[in-house]
Design a protein around this ligand. Structure first.
Ligand SMILES: Cc1ncc(C[n+]2csc(CCOP(=O)(O)OP(=O)(O)O)c2C)c(N)n1
Ligand SMILES: [Mg+2]
Length: 359
């Protein structure tokens, strides 16, 4: 008889900037100077303002169902900031902040959230993927993209986002399994915002952390304070630096401050007291405190920045609202070519006045 430990695992938790804006110098990433922190702060502000704008447009009937990001800015901006230009960005449906950092035009984003797929088209020759609504399917797409990077020896990584709820899907486990076996340059960001519509984190999994799901797939896993942009940045940068050796799962512990989508009313299932508890952990205010402490930020600069962002946002909305729809475009981008069955459907739609208006 022999009884020994067959496996021992550990998941580390990383926080570098606390809720008051104090930083742990020993853990602070060397390549992150104050210019970068200022830039990340500005992007977080912009993302929050973009979010508020879409929400208000939706309430006026000028946007479709929308998933707000408020509260999750550090997770989105920190990860996107670490990503290099040629890396592949694979979002789910809530990463509007990451999109902005990736250089995706806000007018396209407003167009998309008005319901036009033309707004989803990825600009230039970037391999970045569009919004994926079917929960967790994008993790497998990320695996495919990561495999392509390894096969073509590009040295790039694929970074994919998935929610806490998404980690319960089969696709998530399948993706991690393949990525682990093939040692793919994949980074999986679990944007754990504590809720999957009305299902709380406690009912999602009995596992203490979601990051530990990586262990079963034989890959690295780490949990970070997802409201700490510095920790999120560092964990992502480390994962990129070690991507040649295989994938990393980063669980970013954050909080969905608002509703799941504009079609949801969280007051029906979530106590206000829980939301209140997360307010002091706000991802933006701690960076503001840090910058103010260093004399790099003040109310005047904040006023100037918000005025400029508000102008940029309004201009982007204006452009998006001038867009003239072409209903035929719904037949585009389904396949790389137009199969006969689709041609028939298009002809049929035209012949029978399937739609009114447009070109
Ligand atoms: C395969 C699939 N099942 C169900 C849905 C409906 N749905 C949309 S979002 C969501 C919850 C996702 O929760 P989570 O993964 O935590 O992401 P979050 O919305 O919190 O960002 C569900 C069930 C869907 N879009 N796709
Ligand atoms: Mg969630």
């Amino acid at each position: 008889m022999l009884e020994t430990g067959a496996f021992e695992g550990e998941i580390k938790y990383l926080q570098i900037m606390d809720e008051k804006g104090n930083v742990d110098i020993a853990l602070y990433p060397k390549d992150l100077d104050d210019t970068k922190i200022l830039s990340m702060y500005n992007y977080m502000l912009l993302a929050r303002m973009f979010d508020a704008k879409v929400l208000s447009l939706q309430r006026q009937g000028r946007a479709v169902t929308y998933a707000p990001l408020v509260g999750e800015e550090a997770t989105q901006i920190g990860t996107a900031f670490a990503l290099r230009k040629d890396d592949i960005f694979v979002p789910s449906f809530r990463q509007h902040g990451s999109y902005i950092v990736r250089g995706f035009p806000m007018e396209s984003m407003f167009l998309y959230w008005r319901g036009y797929e033309e707004g989803a088209s990825v600009q230039g020759d970037k391999g970045d993927l569009p919004v994926a609504v079917p929960v967790a399917t994008q993790v497998l797409h990320g695996v495919g993209m990561a495999f392509a990077q390894k096969y073509k020896k590009t040295g790039n990584v694929a970074l994919v986002y998935v929610g806490d709820g998404g980690t319960s899907e089969g696709e998530f486990y399948e993706a991690l399994n393949v990525a682990g076996v093939m040692k793919l340059p994949l980074i999986v960001i679990i944007e754990n915002n504590q809720w999957a519509i009305s299902i709380p984190r406690a009912k999602q999994s009995a596992a203490k952390t979601l990051a530990q799901k990586a262990i079963a797939a034989g890959i690295r896993g780490v949990q970070v304070d997802g409201n700490d942009v510095v920790a999120v940045y560092k964990a992502t940068k480390d994962a990129i630096d070690s991507a040649a050796d295989g994938p990393t799962v980063i669980e970013c512990v954050t909080y969905r401050m608002s509703m799941h989508t504009t079609a949801d009313d969280p007051t029906k299932y979530r106590p206000d007291s829980e939301v209140e508890q997360w307010k002091p952990k706000d991802p933006i205010s701690r960076v503001k405190a840090y910058l103010e402490g260093k004399g790099l930020w003040n109310d005047e600069l904040e006023g100037k920045a918000t005025a400029e962002f508000s102008k940029r946002i309004d201009e982007a909305v204006e452009k998006a609202e001038k867009f003239v729809e072409n209903p035929e475009s719904m037949f585009d981008n389904i396949y790389s070519f137009m199969p006969d069955i689709l041609k028939d459907e298009l002809e049929d739609a035209k012949a029978n006045g399937f739609w009114q208006g447009g070109k």
